[in-house]
Design a binder for this molecule. Sequence first.
Ligand code: ANZ
Ligand code: ZN
Length: 811
Amino acid sequence: MSYNPSEIEAKWQKIWSEKGAFEPLDDKSLPKKYILSMFPFPSGRLHMGHVRNYAIGDAMARYYRKQNYNVLHPIGWDAFGMPAENAAIKHGRHPKDWTYSNIDYMRKELNTLGLSFSKTREFATCDELYTKWEQEFIIKMFEEKLLYRESTTVNWCEDCHTVLANEQVEEGCCWRCSNEIQLKEMPGYYINIVKYADELLEDLKLLEGKWPSQVLAMQSNWIGKSQGLEFAFKFSPDSKEKLENKFEGFEVFTTRSDTIYGVTYTALAPEHPIVKALIKNELLNANVAEKITAMGNMTEIERAKADKEGYDLGIRVNHPLTGEEISVWTANFVLASYGGGAVMSVPTHDQRDFEFAKQYDLPLKFVISGGSNENEAYTGEGELINSDSFTGMKNMEAKAEIIKYFEEQGLGKGTTNYKLRNWGISRQRYWGAPIPFVHCDSCGLVAEKVKNLPIALPEDVEITGEGNPLENHPTWSKCVCPNCGEDARRETDTLDTFVQSSWYQFRYATHPDKWNSMGIDRDDVNYWLGVDQYIGGIEHAILHLLYARFFTKALRDLGFIENIKEPFDNLLTQGMVLKNGEKMSKSKGNVVDPDPLIEKYGADTARLFTLFAAPPQKELEWNDSAVEGAFRFIKKLYDRKSKVISNFMPTIDQTTLNKEEKIARAKVYEALKKSTDVYEKSFAFNTLIAACMEALNALDKQKNEQVWSEGMYILLHLLEPITPHVCAELSEELFSSENLANKIEIIEEVFVQDTVTLGVSVNGKRRGEIEVSSTASKDEIVEEAKLTVAKWLDGKNIVKEIVVPNKLVNL
Ligand code: ANZ
Ligand code: ZN
């Protein structure tokens, strides 16, 4: 019978499903592995990126099962979010219906890939039961003051009609629809992630060597810790009067306290309260006031791209140490949201300040020796000059000394700043988890009672794209105050979907029998977490991973889990799937649909191709002929079943084998030798597959039935995690499905060959091949080589003889 993937694959998928073959065991004394691929958004169909992600995870899960680990390998659905509402607007489908029917379809697709996911632990984040526990966490965070409501300037996407977190703004545009974002003053809910900034930064050390270093760097930059000096500039008496004595001065933050004597001007953000006061009291010329207001209306990104712009505010401050009068400017490079929204400017030692000073002809004062270049700031190290009693000190050492001096004099203090902002979690959309709070005229903002959870979404909504459907609903927001029982109004904001993906790893680990009665089970989590291997796209390097790390620490402090510092012990970021050099995407029209591929060649081919075409961390270029190649290899493997005669792994006497047999055996064992490192460390599945292909070719060059049996036996075991259906089928047919994974031992003697083949080159050009005894001396090898290539040596003088053992001879 010839290879028929659809028959074989359907057969095994049925068997696995009936056996519940991929359910984790309840026995916590077993050694465990938790293999987690990032869950998909139920967009409607799987794409090749999913296939790749899940083929990688599945190979790991199946490998560890064979090694007798208790394996948790779950899948679920990241099911809330805008696309469901867009579908509702476009096709008149209810978001819930759209989402759940997409899930049904995609679940079937995952099934046809033969992925070894647990079925009992599947959930969608839009399930009311999931919302219920999430709302409980949110209430607990509110009670513990880790979550608060505040009116601030937010990023608003007019297209998506919603607020975005800072993390979701990419170069000034919405991460989802690329529309330019606007700044808008609005109330919203925030989670105090900044409180955990230090721990989030510190614990990155635990992940070194286990997460890609580039992801660690991105997290660290995003948190953006800097240490420095915070102090106030005081206004000169007449400037203070000009501002009607309403301001004493303003705070600045500097990481370069060593340059304090080089300050020649200061600058405020255009939105700074002092600038606003000057404008309001008409203390600036109307034209200038208008320009400053325009500057303040630009987003941070627009400002970063714009040319430097600034205006002298006509007020002055005194230098905190020298008392000298210094001018105060407003400038577009000063961010309102960082370090007090004001800076001390040192044009001699900061390039940005230098350029601004040149542009507006402001004074320069060198305070670090080493450079006095006319064209740029000197940002290197050196000794302090022109710095009173600090003169002569090394500038790096002076930093701390100067902070100490400020503290002693009561002028300022050493402080730490973070770039990280608190996480805005409010979205003004329907298809999300309702934020479980109530607005009461007498009691203010009140959390819903936990026993009333979940606060579920109303089903009868009109989704038009105009405004927030929950706000437009006639009755849903009417409720009673959980505190005083009077009429009150339910919050209509819903949670950012990143909240759902921040704790799903704990939900999977919690036994499904407990899902009704608790959100997370501590013992289960203690057993299964951290995730031994997490696999997903690099696009989540900051957002999702930071939020999930934060949630882990917060849930620990709120008492929901214990002992877990980090959720994901090891992280693999898979490369993108490309076609014609570009990322596969609908907008580029270069998408390959996995369904027809599976139909034509089978799931094993799809899986083998994605793992063979590139190492998982690298980009994978789609290639039709490589798909064909993958199919041919599997077919060949299948066809060779006729070569196997013994239904167990034979014991072979190496001394009885001829040369081809020995080579075949060595190739098989080479693949075996490679496999542990590939499955447990490098994940270079492509190299393992290549070794298996070589082994099969070598087997084909000999006829020894025992060598065939042993070879096939080992290859099936090595390939089973990658191409599970065909391997299960052949193992059953040939070896009664015996799983002897742990008993296959590497036999070193198979690597010893009687003879070796070496290429022979003359002047670097390959001219022939020799076969010599593996114990031959260098002289014997050279002698043999000379004979073989005699005609190219004729009349020439050999000046050098190079022998590379087991490879080549160059004359
Ligand atoms: C004087 C100085 C001299 C500075 C020098 C740097 C070099 P990080 O490391 O990112 O924390 N700064 C402070 N607040 C700012 C704001 N709101 N908008 C724009 N820039 C601001 O950077 C801190 C440095 O960025 C601070 O140190 C300050 O400039 C500037 F040779 O103070 B520095
Ligand atoms: Zn009330």
